[in-house]
Design a protein around this ligand. Structure first.
Ligand code: GN1
Ligand code: MG
Length: 335
């Protein structure tokens, strides 16, 4: 079946290596006679209209091509018919030229946090003049904390009774932090908070490194109009701790303060001149709200028997929640 897709691109002698990264799409590295590519099968349960992603990546790619030629970017590779999104047996695929670089699973030092934060900041900063209205919304209300809380409440009413019991403590913890939702609304409705080109998935594996230098952000599926909180918050969620969201040993969940400084320095180096004072005042809230949102999302999925995130075992989404809850506790001791 894969062979026919390779034919669409004119790839010969192709070898596909599945990459395990990401909880949503299926990704393959392709070694072919025509070069190395990344081929992805887009999860259309999550991205209901994959053409919105295709549109955004092309619009941004075109903007960089016209205005910032030196910006490394995951340009889409068209098939032989010139299509950058192809439908095959009911599935959607797209390909990228492979950019040489390393995607880290976890950080090993603060300099990587600084580098990555700078790259994501630079991505938004270099698109400061890009007409934000030209971007489509790839997942409606993706980082709307009020909606995420509502979905959590729905899961509490209609979710699996047994799982509700196992998750009792995690549920109480998340309920007791509901005040973040109000702060989120206060932030997003303030005229000093601006919609910008926002990546919305700034985990460390979404930036490529060459040696110790971050060179390029990848995975633009959730790039759409949003608030800086989403990007800085997801950096806090994923850069500050020596272990990632998969770690089940809560004792290992600690915050490294030097990485918090590194995120601020790296991001502000690129974005400092664009953020309003009001936005800058919400730097710590970024971490709180996005860690909290992720915990809500994992737990909601757990209570609904895992329709969203890939799992290998039944308690995985609960374990991910407990990890994020602990991270929130540790983060609050720092800020
Ligand atoms: C999903 O598939 P991946 O790992 O890039 C999710 C993010 C979560 C992340 C948690 C579209 O991203 O929002 O933060 O899992 N993406 C979507 O691991 O829901
Ligand atoms: Mg992603």
């Amino acid at each position: 079946m894969m062979q026919t897709i390779f034919d669409q691109y004119g790839w010969e002698n192709a070898i596909a290596i599945p990459l395990s990264q990401g909880l949503i799409n299926h990704t393959y590295e392709l070694q072919t006679a025509q070069g190395d590519f990344i081929l992805q099968n887009i999860n259309t349960q999550v991205f209901k209209d994959p053409y919105t992603i295709d549109h955004n990546i092309k619009a941004i790619g075109q903007y960089f091509h016209n205005n910032k030629k030196d910006q490394l970017f995951t340009h889409l590779v068209p098939n032989l018919r010139g299509e950058t999104l192809i439908e095959w047996e009911g599935k959607h695929y797209r390909a990228f030229k492979k950019i040489e670089g390393i995607a880290l699973d976890v950080l090993t030092n603060a300099s990587q946090a600084n580098e990555a934060a700078y790259q994501f900041g630079k991505f938004t900063a270099s698109l400061n003049e890009f007409p934000i209205g030209a971007l489509k919304v790839t997942i409606p209300q993706f980082h709307d904390l009020a909606l995420r809380y509502h979905q959590f409440e729905q899961a509490l009413m209609h979710g699996d009774a047994k799982r509700m019991e196992t998750a009792k403590e995690a549920i109480l913890f998340l309920k007791s932090h509901q005040s973040y939702v109000k702060r989120w609304l206060d932030f997003t409705t303030n005229k000093e908070a601006h919609l910008r080109v926002t990546h919305h998935d700034t985990k460390i594996s979404n930036v490529l490194f060459k040696d110790e230098e971050a060179i390029c952000v990848i995975d633009l599926d959730t790039t759409m109009p949003g608030y800086f909180i989403s990007d800085v918050g997801d950096m806090c969620r994923t850069y500050l701790c020596p272990v990632n969201e998969a770690c089940q040993d809560l004792d290992q969940i600690k915050i490294l303060p030097e990485r918090w400084t590194a995120i601020q320095n790296g991001y502000l180096k690129a974005m400092g001149e664009f953020l309003t004072p009001f936005e800058k005042d919400h730097f710590a809230f970024s971490g709180q709200s996005i860690i909290y949102m992720q915990a809500l999302r994992f737990l909601t999925d757990y209570l609904q028997l895992d329709p969203y995130y890939k799992v290998d075992r039944p308690s995985q989404n609960l374990d991910r929640t407990l990890n994020q809850n602990q991270l929130l506790i540790e983060f609050n001791q720092l800020v």
